[in-house]
Design a protein around this ligand. Structure first.
Ligand code: HEM
Length: 384
């Protein structure tokens, strides 16, 4: 084994060991008390104090010489690592003993053009596993289940987006598009399967009391940055726009894109920008349909396209009704204080997710312009 040295290695070691032990001990005590947070108990306050102090010391040494890694990927990884510490302080409602973690986060965030906090990308794609363990806040099995399935969902969305991306240039009647549409459908079916597995394995009480609180908003340099969710990637939006289920000219959808931009990893920022410029596959199918009767390959691809849309709608509707509602909305009704992972009140978040769910499943609803009428036209052409 290589013995790690230097401030970065020491901090990494601490994050993987003592940090996890402290958080886990606190979570077990909160859970036993049936509360999201317990304050005023001496033994627990000592753990919180050790966590805050040791983390500050190690980050202070890390930031001491003022240099940050030259490699942007390493810088992004470090932003997440420091963010773990700040998110844990926020979760236990303790103050950092000094500003070094916040200052380092600001430098890293600014240098990369992202929000100076940890986001879900840090927990999934930029979270190196060593000897069977990727860094987590606690050693609770529910955190592992939650992060792993969310991460798998992210990868499956990315796979679907990557499959759809070459189709505009190939043309929707290309035989290569058949293969790509089949791939996109399989990937979106995987998203649904991961969501289902998560809903079966995650304990709602544990999630609500011990896991979700690490995803809260926190302040850096006096500014509050909203909390973490697995949607902070461009993949799902690339899929929405490429399929034509969401419209970049819709002011609601524009707000969704603008809001998430600082929270997606650097490589996804360009993807979000490009996604709004690409004409949709739905429009391409409608144009082919208007040009005359559908030849066999086009017909096959249009059927597959409709299946991809159904899979996208099904996976997201499941997220809304079987993850957000039972794991967040229902327990929140019996809890005190603020409960979303983002900034706005829970009702506003649910309303936003409701609307996205209706768009992704092309529902007909008063006040909603969805793709339902265009999809019906395509279906009628296939039936004729
Ligand atoms: C967004 C909750 C699991 C994908 C959100 C939001 C909430 C939420 C509340 C809105 C963000 C906000 O607060 O503003 C949950 C809960 C989960 C869960 C409670 C499980 C217990 C997953 C999984 C995936 C996923 C497994 C799969 C990748 C997304 C996406 C969005 C999102 C894509 C962004 C919506 C958008 O921008 O279109 N989630 N989520 N979530 N989540 Fe989940």
């Amino acid at each position: 084994t290589v013995i790690p040295e230097g401030p970065a290695a020491l901090y990494d070691q601490w994050i993987r060991r003592e940090f996890v032990e402290y958080n886990t001990a606190l979570e077990e005590a909160y859970f036993a008390a049936g509360r999201e947070l317990v304050t005023g108990r001496r033994d627990l306050e000592e753990i919180k104090e050790a966590l805050a102090r040791e983390g500050a010391e190690l980050i202070g040494r890390l930031a001491g010489d003022g240099s940050v890694p030259a490699d942007p990927e390493e810088r992004y990884e470090l932003l997440g690592r420091v963010g773990f510490y700040l998110a844990a302080l926020r979760r236990h409602e303790v103050e950092a003993p000094d500003p070094s973690a916040g200052v380092l986060s600001q430098v890293l965030g600014t240098s990369l053009g992202v929000a100076p906090r940890y986001v879900f990308a840090h927990q999934s794609l930029y979270n190196r596993a060593v000897r069977d363990a990727y860094p987590t806040f606690t050693s609770l099995p529910d955190e592992h289940v939650f992060v792993t399935y969310n991460g798998l969902g992210v990868l499956a969305y990315q796979r679907a987006a990557a499959a759809l991306a070459p189709i505009p240039a190939l043309g929707v009647s290309s035989p290569l598009a058949t293969y790509l549409l089949e791939g996109a459908r399989a990937a979106l079916d995987d998203v649904l399967a991961f969501n289902r597995a998560l809903s079966g394995e995650l304990d709602p009480g544990r999630f609500f009391l011990n896991i979700r609180p690490y995803f809260k908003p926190y302040r850096v340099g006096g500014v509050e940055y909203r909390g973490v969710n697995a949607g902070d990637f461009s993949g799902i939006n690339e899929i929405d726009l490429l399929l034509g289920l969401c419209d970049a000219r819709d002011p609601f959808y524009q707000r969704v894109l603008a809001e998430k931009r600082p929270y997606v990893p650097p490589e996804d920022q360009g993807r979000l920008s490009r996604a709004v410029m690409i004409p949709s596959l739905l429009d391409a199918f409608l144009a082919e349909m208007d040009a005359g009767p559908l030849p066999p390959r086009l017909r096959r691809n249009a059927e597959l396209f409709l299946a991809v849309c159904r899979s996208h709608g099904a996976a997201y509707t499941f997220h809304h009704h079987r993850l957000v509602k039972p794991f967040l909305e229902t327990p929140a009704q019996n809890a005190e204080g603020e409960v979303t992972s983002s900034g706005p009140p829970l009702e506003a978040v649910i309303a936003m997710l409701d609307r996205l769910s209706d768009l992704r499943s092309a529902r007909r609803r008063p006040g909603l312009t969805s793709a339902s009428a265009s999809l019906d036209r395509l279906r009628r052409a296939l039936d004729s």
